[in-house]
Design a protein. Structure first.
Length: 405
């Protein structure tokens, strides 16, 4: 029961234990007293620049000191998993409850969370978005006191910690995954550090798996970390005492664009792989269409579009196309008109005059557009995209549709 694993899929979330069946999951939890952590998406609002654990003392929030911080960054290809192990000290002579807050970088996804319970680290169970509150209430009714980790607006997370020992410590682990930023043939990793107070014990470890070239660490208060090669991977480790971690830590990974990278991992009798490749980009000239369908939104909200700029764009494009058939329709909550023009040498003056004479009124129903029935090589859809009436999804054809606004 020490290892509870979670599989999250789009359609469902499966919770299972290495040693028991799903049906026995909750009853086994009752036997061993394991707290269940729930991950949900909720609409909370708070601002926090660094991880912190606060308790209430005399009606005010008190930040508990961070005794140690261990950070490990594991890089595979252009993906990084950052794991932070934090130890907080309860300076109060009583057992306390607290609030743990933690920001993750933009675009990152939390992949693991664990909390120390009875001197053991207990991993969280991920619950499907939208159901965690109901699951939380159900577990509470079974006399289990669960912790609920919630995602707030943006990239902030919040957790109510129900038990912090008096004059003791509590360990919290959180991990997140992110895609490295690629620029000028290099991948860049950044670990945001914005702690104002000194941390008695601090360490940072970076492991680059199957990395063809030695990574580099940018100048930092920790000093310049040197990566040591081990097989096909590189490792760097830095540690410090009474360290003020108040500036981002950045790593650079040179990328070999000429060779593909492939990574494999066995799991449950299957082998999973991850491939990273840089195919050569050869520009291909677009084949000019012989028939164009032009759908023009004449609803009330469409009156605020820049029609002159749109018409000038069409003028330049049609001049390039030259000779073609133009199928023109106007619509709002219904299709108002359909016309057909034979365009010669890009001269579409008649069709343009017709569009310039339009009046704009009524709601918009994009679902009224049955685009597959319009036989053409491509469709140009000029709309503000605000569907305010009826069906909001048009029928999509197998030909290119260009939405212009």
């Amino acid at each position: 029961m020490d290892c509870v694993r979670v599989i999250c899929e789009i359609a469902d979330v499966i919770i299972y234990d290495r040693y028991c069946q799903c049906q026995l999951f909750l009853s086994r939890l009752l036997q061993v007293g394991l707290l269940v952590f729930l991950l949900s998406i909720s609409q909370l609002s708070f601002a926090q620049t660094a991880p912190s654990l606060t308790v209430f003392e005399s009606g005010e929030e008190l930040d508990l000191p961070l005794q140690s911080l261990q950070i490990q960054a594991r890089i595979v290809g252009d993906r990084a998993t950052t794991t932070l192990k934090m130890t907080f000290v309860n300076t109060l002579s009583r057992e306390s409850q607290g609030k743990f807050t933690f920001p993750v970088p933009n675009g990152a996804e939390v992949s693991r969370y664990a909390l120390e319970i009875n001197e053991k680290m207990r991993d969280a169970v991920v619950i499907k978005n939208g159901t965690s509150r109901a699951v939380h209430a159900g577990i509470v009714r079974q006399t289990i006191d669960p912790e609920l980790l919630e995602k707030a607006n943006g990239n902030q997370f919040k957790l109510a910690v129900n038990y912090i020992p008096a004059n003791g410590t509590i360990r919290i682990l959180i991990a997140y995954e992110q895609t490295l930023r690629y620029m000028d043939s290099d991948d860049f990793y950044t670990c945001p550090l914005s702690f104002e107070e000194k941390i008695p014990v601090f360490s940072f470890e970076a492991i680059a798996v199957d990395q063809p070239f030695a990574p580099e660490m940018k100048a930092h208060a920790l000093g310049i970390g040197r990566f040591i090669r081990r097989g096909n991977s590189y490792r760097m480790f830095r540690e410090a005492e009474d360290f003020t971690a108040n500036e981002p830590l950045s790593l650079m990974f040179p990328v070999n664009r000429k060779e593909a990278q492939i990574f494999t991992e066995p799991e449950s009798g299957k082998t999973w792989f991850y491939l990273r490749n840089f195919p050569e980009k050869a520009p291909i000239l677009k084949k000019l269409p012989r028939t164009i369908c032009l759908a023009w939104d004449v609803s009330y909200s469409a009156r605020f579009r820049d029609h002159e700029a749109e018409l000038d764009f069409l003028q330049r494009y049609f001049r390039e196309v030259g000779n073609f058939q133009l199928k023109l329709l106007t619509f709002s909550h219904k299709v108002h008109s359909t016309k057909s023009y034979e365009i010669k040498h890009g001269n579409w003056a008649d069709a343009r005059s017709f569009l310039e004479s339009q009046s704009y009124d009524g709601g918009t129903q994009l679902g009224i557009l049955n685009l597959p029935r319009w036989e053409a090589d491509e469709i140009l859809l000029l709309t503000d995209g605000l569907s305010t009436f009826g069906e909001d999804q048009p029928g999509w054809p197998d030909i290119p549709v260009y939405i212009i606004h």
